[in-house]
Design a protein around this ligand. Structure first.
Ligand SMILES: Nc1ncnc2c1ncn2[C@@H]1O[C@H](COP(=O)(O)OP(=O)(O)OP(=O)(O)O)[C@@H](O)[C@H]1O
Ligand SMILES: [Mg+2]
Length: 222
């Protein structure tokens, strides 16, 4: 369902040299897969995910979604795919500070012009994350771990086919990390495909496939 073919991204450096952050990566993700990619800081994980979700143009190579070439689509087609098929949990803080938690979670629902207001769906997800009591607060009134769970709820609000998560357990304590991974396993068992990157070895146990990323190259381990 998601295929990377010789995917590559080169960045220009300040001294006019170039740097290959993602180096001819091939990956074929099947429906129902739970793929964990482990790699050190700077190995190119976020660069790769940003190309997959349509935020960063590849230097060369292709990303195919159900056979369709993502980066040859026009803006409208691409945002439709992004809103309906992908749920994306970006690295770091990504909530809108002037929106309440409930509204942050239902924002992608409203952007997709779906029927209804998404409130019930958003509340159900907050409940699943055990943070329903925070629905009316603003992001600045939450802990780092709570904000991360809100970002995961937001990524799920449109019922994506594939959940793409960039370090979903960064800044979570061990117990909450395990809880989030169990939640991912549950989501996966409902048929949602998962692609996750991390630098924590312990959480890769939850997936059915493990890849390692190093200096922009990807190698499948299991
Ligand atoms: N816009 C940019 N311009 C130039 N170089 C960049 C840019 N973005 C990232 N890089 C470089 O590309 C490399 C890969 O970055 P990337 O963010 O993909 O790593 P990562 O594996 O996600 O790391 P981390 O685990 O710290 O999040 C790094 O060396 C980084 O400095
Ligand atoms: Mg990163």
């Amino acid at each position: 369902m998601l295929e990377l073919k010789q995917l590559k991204r080169v960045y220009a450096r300040d001294d006019f040299s170039s740097f290959t952050a993602v180096d001819n990566v091939d990956l074929d993700i099947m429906p129902g897969d739970f793929v964990s990619i482990i790699g050190r800081s700077g190995s190119g994980k976020s660069t790769m995910l940003n190309m997959i979700v349509g935020l960063l143009r590849p230097t060369s190579g292709k990303i195919l979604i159900n056979g369709a070439d993502l980066w040859s689509m026009n803006d409208k087609e691409m945002s439709k795919i992004r809103n309906s098929k992908f749920g994306y949990v970006p690295q770091g803080l990504s909530l809108l500070s002037n929106l309440r938690i409930l509204d942050n979670v239902r924002l992608p629902f409203c952007l997709d012009k779906r029927e209804g207001n998404g409130i019930e769906r958003a509340m159900n997800l907050l409940e699943e994350m055990r943070i329903q009591s925070l629905a009316q607060r603003y992001p600045a009134q939450l802990s780092g771990g709570e904000m991360r769970r809100v970002a995961i709820a937001r990524a799920l609000v449109n019922n994506p086919e594939i959940l793409i998560a960039d370090e979903p357990t960064a800044d979570l304590d061990e117990e909450t990390s395990i809880e989030v991974m169990k939640l991912f396993a549950r989501i996966n068992s409902r048929g949602i495909t998962i692609l996750m990157v991390t630098h924590e070895y312990d959480i890769t146990d939850y997936g059915n496939r493990i890849c390692a990323m190093s200096l922009g190259k990807l190698v499948e381990k299991k």
